[in-house]
Structures are given as structure tokens and as C-alpha cells.
Design a protein around this ligand. Structure first.
Ligand SMILES: [Mn+2]
Length: 234
């Protein structure tokens, strides 16, 4: 696989083609195993290539669910790495085989957070629906299916916008991301890099597990707010 992709990249460069390639992970099917099962496997592989800058990922909702993984987290990691070149949107019920269902027709909460992630983090690549209508549809049914994929994406985009604009949500997020101001300032220092002084300061710090453990994080309340936005109550 590495030799083939290295060769392909050189071919594109040699011919002056301004191309990038997006690799699509999938854990199994048609046979029981594939080599690059998940977004994480692909990301690790990409950095072993001769031209990693030309290669990214094309994650698919159904494929990551077949591995039993959190698709939104995988896509976030690809985005953060600058490797989300393309995305295959569809839906999936459980881990059984690749279902390619209409986008947003099954995992509505997960798809809400997916759309919010894409829209809030500057994803500008294709929003591609790798999905298939039920085989029982006639031609009009297939067009209904295609419109449904796009309509649900747009609805979730609007829901995500309203969720982020909700003052109660913003207040909760500020609380969740708040906490001990001294600890938060240390996190900022850690982000700036290692130093012996900082390591010693952290070793000498007095963390009080009992007091820290008493803090409620209000994730239940926040999650319920997301559900209420999705259900159209807020
Ligand atoms: Mn696909």
C-alpha cells in the first residue's frame, strides 16, 4: 500500500497534476479484515509516506460505526491534524455490515454533533453523501432520498447554530470549562512547553482530590440541552 501510494504521488507530481488523495478507512467487508480499519490507522500510516502533505482521509459515518467507535471524535482528530480532505456522510444502525443509510436517519444526536463540528471548525471540503436509497424506491423515491440527506444536514446546521447561540448553553459551557483558575493557568503554561521549573512547580502543587471530586460538571444538564435543541423544544 505504501509503495503504491508513493508511486501514485510521484506520478501526479511528474505529470504536473495538482492532486490530493483522501483514503477511506473501513474495518471489514467484503471480507473479514482490512488493513486500515479506522481513521486512526490511516492517520498513522499517512505520516510514513514520502508525500504526507498530499494524503488525507475520507472518513465515512457507517465505516467508523462498524468499528464501534465515536465517529465525531475520529473526525475531530482528522480535522485537528489538517487531514480531513473529504467526508462520506450517511448513517448506520449498529455495527452490522455497511448500511449506507440516508444521512441522519439513525444516529441523530451523533450527526448533530458531527455537523456542528464541521460547521464550527472551518471544514471547506466536499460534503459527500455516500448513501443509498432503499432498493424498493422508484426514481422519485431516490430523489426524495437524496433531498432528505441534504435537508437533514441543513436542519442540523441550523440546530447547531441555535444551540451555540443559546445563552443558557453558553453559560453552562463557561461553567464546565471554568473551575480552579490556578489549575487553568498551569494548563496554559504546559501548553507553552516543558521546563524543569514548571515540572517542579507541578510536583509541589497541592492538589486536593476530595475538594476536586466535589465539583459537579453539569454534563447531564448540558447534554439534555443538546437533546432539547434536537427535539425542537428550545
Ligand atoms: Mn464511502
Amino acid at each position: 500500500m505504501r509503495d503504491a501510494i508513493n508511486f501514485l504521488c510521484e506520478y501526479a507530481i511528474d505529470n504536473g497534476y495538482n492532486l490530493r488523495f483522501a483514503l477511506e478507512p473501513k474495518p471489514n467487508e467484503p471480507r473479514s479484515d482490512t488493513y486500515f480499519a479506522t481513521i486512526g490507522h490511516m492517520l498513522a500510516f499517512i505520516y510514513t509516506l514520502d508525500h504526507p502533505e498530499m494524503i488525507g482521509v475520507n472518513p465515512e459515518v457507517a465505516h467508523e460505526h462498524m468499528s464501534g467507535l465515536n465517529f465525531v471524535h475520529g473526525v475531530a482528530q482528522a480535522l485537528e491534524a489538517g487531514k480531513l480532505f473529504h467526508i462520506d456522510l450517511n448513517d448506520q444502525k449498529g455495527p452490522r455490515y455497511d448500511q449506507d443509510l440516508r444521512f441522519g436517519s439513525e444516529n441523530i444526536k451523533s450527526m448533530f454533533f458531527l455537523v456542528r463540528l464541521l460547521e464550527n471548525n472551518g471544514y471547506s471540503g466536499p460534503r459527500h453523501f455516500d448513501a443509498h436509497a432503499y432498493r424498493t424506491e422508484d426514481e422519485q423515491g431516490v430523489w426524495d432520498f437524496a433531498a432528505g440527506c441534504m435537508r437533514t444536514y441543513n436542519i442540523l446546521r441550523e440546530k447547531a447554530r441555535r444551540f451555540d447561540a443559546d445563552p443558557a448553553v453558553q453559560e453552562l459551557l463557561a461553567t464546565v470549562n471554568g473551575g480552579n483558575s490556578e489549575h487553568i493557568s498551569w494548563l496554559g503554561e504546559v501548553r507553552n512547553g516543558y521546563s524543569k521549573e514548571l515540572a517542579n512547580k507541578l510536583k509541589e502543587a497541592d492538589f486536593n482530590p476530595t475538594a476536586l471530586g466535589q465539583r459537579g460538571y453539569q454534563y447531564e444538564k448540558l447534554d439534555q440541552m443538546a437533546i432539547e435543541h434536537i427535539l425542537g423544544i428550545r
